[in-house]
Write a protein that binds this ligand. Structure first.
Ligand code: NCD
Length: 307
């Protein structure tokens, strides 16, 4: 049984195949409107979400399938003390595929061991978010026409931001990618990413404290929200939350073909005046999230059938 827990579960060939399939779905949506008829996707969200859950659900509907699930732990039997393992064992009796988000790192991996149907990790704590990464890769490929030979700046909460961790892992598969990590000292990328991904792979990186000093070198700027829910105390969050605010003044020195990504939700880290700039890709990115999840659901269900 194939699950998607970590972006490294996918080979570069599988990533390219998924992105090609997403491109084909975008170009020919009618061709796919009933390919998942009579199939059910369960969305088990133990942590809040707008884009990820709704894009999964919209994706399954546009493939002609059905959806069931819950959007918070409060409305599930978790409140009665049921374990994740039992919940998943039961839900796999009702659904053909499960997308699961959980605040605890590793919960979807445990779920995969118990499930009779494929599990997709829709975000586990500060750890991984592989379907956001597929969204980001599709967006970068559609905007720039390539996934290699580029300089990517990641800005904000690089410590707790799971989307950045997963993006770095996936980009380690492509050649000549340089990362510039822009964060305050307290929110630097975790050591395990530095040691296991940056230093073992073929990638280079540097760490800086301001957007200004690097903006003119970037092909992609990946902005992130300070992850309030993962802070141990509110005072630290308040002190760090507005460290970076991207505005038109800061963009003056940027390349004309810069692509600005953000997994969303945004708080203050991108000023709304940037939204109308053609370099702002984050709403197109949210739309791409639906298409790439369509490709993923379709591929995983086909793999189960051995097609
Ligand atoms: C991200 C997440 O949940 O990690 N959002 C998303 O899935 N689009 C980013 C965030 O919450 O800041």
């Amino acid at each position: 049984m194939k699950h998607l827990i970590d972006p490294m579960d996918l080979s570069v060939e599988e990533i390219d195949e998924l992105l090609d399939l997403a491109d084909d779905i975008i170009a020919n949506p009618k061709k796919y409107e009933s390919v998942c008829a009579h199939k059910k996707l369960a969305t088990l969200f133990f942590e809040p979400s707008t884009r990820t859950r709704l894009s999964f659900e919209a994706a399954m509907m546009e493939l002609g399938g059905n959806v069931l699930g819950f959007s918070s732990a409060d409305s599930s039997s978790a409140t009665k003390g049921e374990s994740v393992a039992d919940t998943v064992k039961v839900v796999s009796c009702y659904a053909d595929i499960i997308a699961m988000r959980h605040p605890k790192e590793g919960a979807p991996c445990l779920a995969a061991m118990k499930s009779d149907v494929p599990i997709i990790n829709a975000g586990d704590g500060g750890h991984n978010h592989p379907t956001q990464t597929l969204t980001d890769l599709l967006t970068i490929r559609r905007e720039k026409g390539r996934l290699d030979n580029m300089i990517i700046g990641c800005c904000g909460d690089l410590k707790f931001g799971r989307t950045v961790h997963s993006l770095i892992k996936a980009m380690s598969r492509y050649s000549n990618v340089h990362f510039i990590m822009i964060s305050p000292e307290e929110l630097e990328i975790p050591d395990y990413i530095k040691e296991e991904v940056f230093e073992q792979g073929d990638m280079s990186y540097e760490q800086v404290r301001t957007i200004d000093e690097v903006i003119d070198r970037l092909d992609v700027l990946y902005m992130t929200r300070v992850q309030r829910e993962r802070f141990f105390n509110e005072a630290d969050y308040v002190r760090l939350k507005d460290t970076y605010i991207l505005n038109m003044k800061k963009l003056k020195k940027a390349n004309k073909d810069l692509s600005i990504l953000h997994p969303l939700p945004r708080v203050n880290e991108i000023s709304v005046e940037v939204d109308d700039d053609p370099r702002a890709c984050y709403f197109r990115q949210a739309l791409n999230g639906k298409y790439v999840r369509m490709a993923l659901i379709l591929k995983m269900l086909r793999d189960v059938k051995g097609e």
